[in-house]
Structures are given as structure tokens and as C-alpha cells.
Design a protein around this ligand. Structure first.
Ligand code: XLS
Ligand code: CA
Ligand code: CA
Length: 436
């Protein structure tokens, strides 16, 4: 097959002075930062669903994306062609990882058996391409939200037969992920939530969701899949209230149902902002409990209240994300998955390159800036100082459980009104700007 992006060569690092939009200005995969190559810090992945399957339609208009390699059919030949184009794309951008949903890869058949057969056929091609191009699967997942059978949810459906179908589908998706050497598997609760409580038994649905995840853990063990399981929080869209609404809600659910040891979180930036948080907030909540596994790298839009999945090009945000990733000691199984799509107006194939280059360069800068901030140490020092009253005296007695209300009342009678110190927010914001 001739190349789909014949006029585009391998994207090279040319440095900040380059004016070539098809070159990296900041992402130099081999550059070592803090003892580790940039590629290993960032572990970039492309999302099959956006790169190969997103036509860029919106609720008001049809798709605009030009995909000359795609004949629009649901044939296996077309699906195979897409796989080859995808790996040409990964190769040219030096993207080491990818993520997919089962149904992105292969057409759904008229029965589960036929769907699985289709999937096996495409996975065969995918595996060949993966080996040939030396690419890795960051995580796989199952699409449990597009087909009408999932109208009431999958693991949380009111219909037990739908639960069974979803289980069978996820069983296969985990097997395929395992076969492709996947480093993880993600559960995003596509329609696991509700539109109205009038028709919803929330307790029963959550019990079922937990049961489903326990079954997945059992199956994972049975087939010897050692990849990391992730839950991906999102508060709304498609349904009005999704159960996995944010990092804190997910962790609470995992603890309540004795699942915490088996799952980490895959935090998506745009989902955190939809939940009314900054992405740093959700990353910190996850990281505080050792549950920050992977990141879906994108961003939302201040003027639109939905999941716009834009490419992450805001250096301030990539810096804040990388500060958290570096402070947790980097990714282990996870990485930065561009769960992002071009705007509907950016419809030419070359825009796929511009978009990913923009995201990769923005994260490369975020990484360098975050490293410089940490090396400089003033931000850390400020944080340490701010809590220094806890390092000795009454603070350390409280932290080590040596005093209670009685002792604290006596202490306060004997001492003057507490003296506070300014939080210095603006000074710190300016400190960050020094490095940008
Ligand atoms: C949708 C989600 C989805 C998951 C994978 O909003 O981001 O794409 O990442 O199912
Ligand atoms: Ca996502
Ligand atoms: Ca999203």
C-alpha cells in the first residue's frame, strides 16, 4: 500500500529557532532531563478513536475530516487499511504508544461471535504492524456506549442481559489487550450513570458496577494479564450524572467495594474541568493516594460546557501537570494519551500532524519548565515554610496524636491569638512565570 501521508517525512527535532511547522521545537525524544530521556518521561500515546475514526462531526453538522484512505465502509479491508495508516502516522511522529477501543478497530457484527471474529482479524494486522514499527499499547478498552443495547448503561444497566453482554465484550477486550502486550486497560463509564433518579436504583446499580469490576479483576488474573487497570472519571456527558464523577468519587467507590488495590485512575484534563475542578486538582487527589496511573492529555474550552477534547497547547497547564507527574516520580505503566481531536475546521490530514506536534511540544516545554522549577527549589521551599508550624512544638504534637481537645484548650489559654502569614499567591504565580 502506498503511504497515506506521502508528502510528510519523519518529524524531526529542529529546536526553538525552527520555523518549520512540521518540526518539533521543544520535543527532543532523546534529550535527557533529570536522568531520563524525554520520551520516557512523557510516554506519548495517540488515541485510535480520534486519529482514525473521528470524522469531526458535531451535533449540528456532518463530518469534515478528509480521510482519503478510508472508503467509509464497514469492511474488514477498510479496517485493515486504517491500521496501516495509523502505524505510518505513529512512526512519522515518533509516537511510541497508542490506545484503542475494541469497536474503533473492527466493525461490530450481528452477534458477539461475529464481532469477536472481526476483532481477531484486525488484531492480527495490528499485531504485525506493532511489531514491525516497534510500537506499544499503552491501554486498551471496550466501547460500551455507542451501540443502542447500552442505552441504559452497561454494568449499571437495569437489564441483566445487557450486563452479561458487556461482561462478554470486556472479557474479549482484556484478552486482546493482553495479546498485544498492553500496559494497561481502562474502564471509562460511558453510560454508567443516570438521567433521572425517578427510574433509578442507584444503590443496586453501583453494587452491579462493583461486581462487574471484580469479575474483570478475576478474569485478568485467570489469563495472566499483569497490566494496570484504570478507572477514568467523568462527571457528565453522555448521561446527566455519571457515577465516576471525579477522582475523589472514584476512589471512594473503589474503597467502598474493596477494589482499590486493583485500580489506579486515568485522569483526563477535560473531564476534571467538566467536574468543576482544575486538572491539577484531580491529579493531586489521585497522586496523594498513590492512584495516579495515567493521563488523557487534552483540554476543554472556557466558553463551551462540554467535552471538547482539544489538543493540550496551553503551556501553563502542561507545566502544572508535569510538576505533579515529576513529584510523584514519573509514570510507571501510564503515559500521556492524546485523547484529543482537531477542531472541525482543521479537516486536512496534515492537521493530524500539526495537532500532535503542538501537544507534544507543549508537554516537552511543560516538562522542561517543571524540572527547572523543581531544581530551583523556591516553590518547594515556600510550601515547606508555609507548613513549618507543624514541624515542631504544638503542630508536631497534633500530628503525632499526643494531644487532644483538652491539651489544645490549655495550650490556647496560655498563648496569644495565632499570628498568620500571607499565602503569597501572586508572588508564587510570578515565580512560575519566571520559568515560562
Ligand atoms: C470519553 C472518554 C473516552 C475514554 C475511553 O469522554 O474520554 O474516550 O477515554 O473510553
Ligand atoms: Ca478519555
Ligand atoms: Ca473527553
Amino acid at each position: 500500500m502506498s503511504q497515506a501521508f506521502a508528502e510528510i517525512g519523519k518529524i524531526a527535532y529542529e529546536g526553538p529557532e525552527s520555523k518549520d511547522p512540521l518540526a518539533f521545537k521543544h520535543y527532543d525524544a532523546e534529550e535527557v532531563i533529570d536522568g531520563k530521556k524525554m520520551r520516557d518521561h512523557l510516554r506519548f500515546a495517540a488515541a485510535y478513536w480520534h486519529t482514525m475514526r473521528n470524522s469531526l462531526s458535531d451535533p449540528f453538522g456532518m463530518g469534515t475530516a478528509q480521510m482519503p484512505w478510508d472508503d467509509g465502509s464497514e469492511s474488514l479491508d477498510n479496517a485493515r487499511r486504517r491500521v496501516k495508516v495509523f502505524f505510518e502516522f505513529l512512526e512519522k511522529l515518533d509516537l511510541e504508544y497508542f490506545c484503542f477501543h475494541d469497536r474503533d478497530l473492527a466493525p461490530e457484527g450481528s452477534s458477539l461471535a461475529e464481532s469477536n471474529k472481526n476483532l481477531d482479524a484486525i488484531v492480527k494486522t495490528l499485531k504485525e504492524e506493532q511489531m514491525r514499527r516497534e510500537k506499544k499499547l499503552l491501554w486498551g478498552t471496550a466501547n460500551l456506549f455507542t451501540h443502542p443495547r447500552y442505552v441504559h448503561g452497561a454494568a449499571t444497566s437495569c437489564n441483566a442481559n445487557v450486563f452479561a453482554f458487556a461482561a462478554a465484550q470486556v472479557k474479549k477486550a482484556i484478552e486482546v489487550t493482553h495479546e498485544l502486550g498492553g500496559q494497561g486497560y481502562t474502564f471509562w463509564g460511558g453510560r454508567e450513570g443516570y438521567s433521572t433518579l425517578l427510574n433509578t436504583n442507584m444503590k443496586r446499580e453501583l453494587d452491579h458496577l462493583a461486581k462487574f469490576l471484580h469479575m474483570a479483576v478475576d478474569w485478568k488474573k485467570q489469563i495472566g494479564f499483569t497490566g494496570q487497570f484504570y478507572i477514568e472519571p467523568k462527571p457528565k456527558e453522555p448521561v446527566a450524572h455519571q457515577y465516576d464523577s471525579d477522582a475523589a468519587a472514584c476512589l471512594n467507590f473503589l474503597r467502598e467495594y474493596d477494589l482499590r488495590d486493583h485500580f489506579k485512575l486515568n485522569i483526563e484534563a477535560n473531564h476534571a474541568t467538566l467536574a468543576g475542578h482544575t486538572v491539577e486538582h484531580d491529579l493531586t487527589v489521585a497522586s496523594n493516594t498513590g492512584a495516579l496511573g495515567s493521563i488523557d492529555a487534552n483540554r476543554g474550552n472556557l466558553f463551551l460546557g462540554w467535552d471538547t477534547d482539544q489538543f493540550p497547547t496551553d503551556i501553563y497547564q502542561t507545566t502544572q501537570i508535569m510538576l505533579i507527574v515529576l513529584s510523584m516520580g514519573g509514570f510507571s505503566t501510564g503515559g500521556l494519551n492524546f485523547d484529543a481531536k482537531r477542531r472541525r475546521e482543521s479537516f486536512e490530514p496534515i492537521d493530524l500532524f500539526y495537532a500532535h506536534i503542538a501537544g507534544m511540544d507543549a508537554f516537552a516545554r511543560g516538562l522542561k519548565i517543571a524540572h527547572a522549577i523543581r531544581k530551583n527549589g523556591r516553590l518547594d521551599e515556600h510550601l515547606k515554610q508555609r507548613y513549618s508550624s507543624w514541624d515542631s512544638g504544638i503542630g508536631s504534637l497534633i500530628e503525632s496524636n499526643e494531644v487532644g481537645f483538652e491539651e489544645l484548650a490549655t495550650y490556647t489559654y496560655e498563648n496569644d491569638e495565632p499570628v498568620n502569614v500571607s499565602a503569597r499567591q501572586e508572588m508564587l504565580e510570578n515565580l512560575i512565570n519566571e520559568f515560562i
